[in-house]
Design a binder for this molecule. Structure first.
Ligand SMILES: Cc1ncc(COP(=O)(O)O)c(C=O)c1O
Length: 351
């Protein structure tokens, strides 16, 4: 890029972007014309939500397990239109997926325009039944925007068959593409109304062979597109790590997360907060009681700092729910093994 910037960023841009988009399209079960790269899921959510033409009194729906940054986009958009943000409270701990489905559908009204549903919830690591929810929401006249920040590379995707209006997902998490690499998929009938979070040349600069949707998103001002160019290579590379390809990666990581959760719950003497069939490759579990009443003193909790500084363990601790309880979230990627969760359990017991 630095040796020949004009070649890289302009003359040969599409030549490098297209093979990557084609591989991504196949990986997520979509047509390339419906897919654009964005820098992250936050940008994808911004593009869709801020493109809505909301009317006063209409409602945006989200859940109590949504991601704070995306929640903020909904708040701001609702404020500007004199619309309302409705938050469906999904219980946590919960006994079955039905509790999540009932909470979401129970919060729909005749004024609901769009539901933002996380495929994998960030604080609680729940896998929500997106296809089922989208079907039920569509039957009530509500479009679904899936925040799939954690899903690509963790769960198999078939976007053309999912039945949602919009889907955004990160490739810099579970597919290990470089940071700043994510995508947005928009159903064809919705594409004309969606503008990127950053408007650039595309609005009046059509390229032969591209849709107006792609023109608008493919360029967002000068940046380093290396990650977008090699997203396809990252997808291929990860799929080659195990003999069974991606299906084996999904299964292996999901199984390890479940075993890790079992081990940690056992060692820390805490109860698993959701059924195993709601797990992907991450699991959230409560911290033992003796940590529950300790107040937060800084940006990160003291125990999270100690786990890194004293044990070399990077693991998020969070406070979630009302009243708030303290949790720990573990992830299982190909480079992780059960002994690491054993080590984590021992470290927490020693804190
Ligand atoms: C559910 C969810 N949405 C959005 C994001 C934001 O992702 P990014 O920072 O890549 O935009 C995350 C990040 O963890 C997430 O878990």
């Amino acid at each position: 890029m630095e040796a020949e910037p004009v070649q890289f960023l302009w003359r040969r841009y599409e030549e490098r972007l297209e093979p990557s988009r084609a591989t991504l399209a196949q990986f997520v079960g979509a047509h390339p014309r419906d897919l654009v790269f964005v820098t992250n899921a936050t940008s994808g959510v911004n593009a869709v939500v801020r493109s809505l033409k909301l009317h006063r009194g209409e409602e945006l729906l989200t859940t109590s397990h949504d991601y704070n940054a995306c929640h903020n986009v909904l708040i701001e958009t609702a404020l500007r239109a004199d619309a309302r943000l409705v938050v469906a409270t999904i219980p946590f701990p919960l006994q079955s997926v039905e509790e999540a489905v009932d909470a979401i559908l129970g919060a729909v009204t005749s004024r609901t325009r769009l539901a933002l549903i996380d495929q994998v919830t960030s604080p609680t690591a729940l896998v929500l039944p997106i296809a089922r929810l989208a079907r039920e929401l569509a039957a009530r006249g509500v479009d679904t925007l899936v925040d799939g920040a954690h899903a690509p590379g963790m769960l198999p995707l078939d976007l053309d068959k999912l039945g949602v209006a919009y889907y955004t997902g990160n490739l810099h998490k579970w597919t290990c593409a470089p940071k700043g690499t994510a995508f947005l998929w928009v159903r064809r009938d919705k594409q004309a109304a969606v503008q990127p979070a950053v408007i650039s040349h595309g609005n009046n600069t059509p390229r032969p062979g591209y849709t107006a949707f792609q023109d608008r998103f493919d360029w967002a001002g000068t940046f380093d597109p290396s990650g977008w160019f090699c997203a396809g290579a990252a997808i291929d590379w990860m799929g080659e790590r195990l003999p069974g390809g991606w299906p084996e990666v999904f299964q292996r990581n999901r199984d390890l997360a479940e075993r890790a959760r079992g081990l940690l719950c056992d060692r820390l003497e805490v109860a698993p907060p959701c059924p195993a069939d709601m797990l992907g490759a991450m699991a959230t579990l409560p911290l033992p009681d003796r940590f529950q009443d300790l107040a937060k003193t800084g940006k990160l909790d003291a125990e999270q700092l100690r786990l890194y500084d004293e044990f070399g363990i990077e693991v998020p601790l969070m406070r979630f729910g009302t009243p708030s309880r303290r949790y720990l979230r573990v992830s299982a990627q190909l480079y992780n093994n059960l002994a690491e969760y054993e080590y984590l359990a021992e470290a927490i017991r020693g804190l």
